[in-house]
Structure formats: structure tokens, C-alpha cells
Design a protein around this ligand. Structure first.
Ligand SMILES: [Zn+2]
Length: 118
């Protein structure tokens, strides 16, 4: 998979061990989403090893551990961008879990996409 000009490889790394076993289809969807929407994405968490996932109390079967998820800061996005994303991500086969009060959005590529606002 060719790297995207919009991301640095280390943005996907686990903060504890610098590992990033990212799922190729997931990265492809994220790269396309980023390129086609033009919306900047500041990643706050992508790959997590099991140890890191336990440390932060992540979900037991977290998609982050499988390299199929990322969280990103959406506090600088306009409501139009958020609205656009909510519709757009479905075209890329991505799921959204949006946490407005915490200012971030989780994206993953689970088999049956979901959309949740928490
Ligand atoms: Zn780690």
C-alpha cells in the first residue's frame, strides 16, 4: 500500500511500542476519505497493542487492536463538515462512532457498518 501524502506513518503507531499493524483495506478507505473530502484529520489514536488497549481500558475486542480503527480530533471541524462526513463515510464502508461532547470521532471498518452518536 502506497503511503498517503496526508498522513505520516507514525500517526498510526501505538504510543507504547511504536507498532502499527494496520489493516490494508482500512487504510485504503481512510486515505480515500481524506483525499476526497479534503477534510484534515488529526489522529489521536489508531493502532493499539493489547497491552496499551488494556492500559486505557479499551473495549475487549477493540478494532484498534486489529488495526481497523482510528480516533481523530473533530473539534476544529464545522458542523457542515461533520454532516458531510456522516453521509460520506458510508460510501467508504466505514463505521462512525461520534462523541460530540468529547470532541472526537471513531472510524472503523467492521463488516456491518454502524453509525452512532454518543
Ligand atoms: Zn503498544
Amino acid at each position: 500500500m502506497n503511503p498517503s501524502p496526508f498522513f505520516k506513518e507514525d500517526e498510526f503507531y501505538c504510543p507504547c511500542c511504536d507498532m502499527a499493524a494496520m489493516h490494508e483495506d482500512f487504510l485504503e478507505a481512510i486515505y480515500k476519505l481524506r483525499a476526497e473530502t479534503g477534510i484534515p484529520m488529526r489522529i489521536t489514536s489508531a493502532f493499539r497493542c493489547k497491552k496499551e488497549n488494556t492500559r486505557i481500558n479499551g473495549a475487549k475486542n477493540s478494532y484498534h487492536v486489529r488495526g481497523r480503527a482510528l480516533d481523530w480530533d473533530v473539534t476544529r471541524l464545522s458542523s457542515n463538515d461533520i454532516y458531510e462526513l456522516i453521509y460520506d463515510v458510508q460510501r467508504y464502508g466505514l463505521s462512525i462512532i461520534y462523541y460530540p461532547s468529547r470532541g472526537f470521532m471513531h472510524l472503523d471498518n467492521r463488516k456491518t457498518p454502524i453509525f452512532l452518536v454518543l
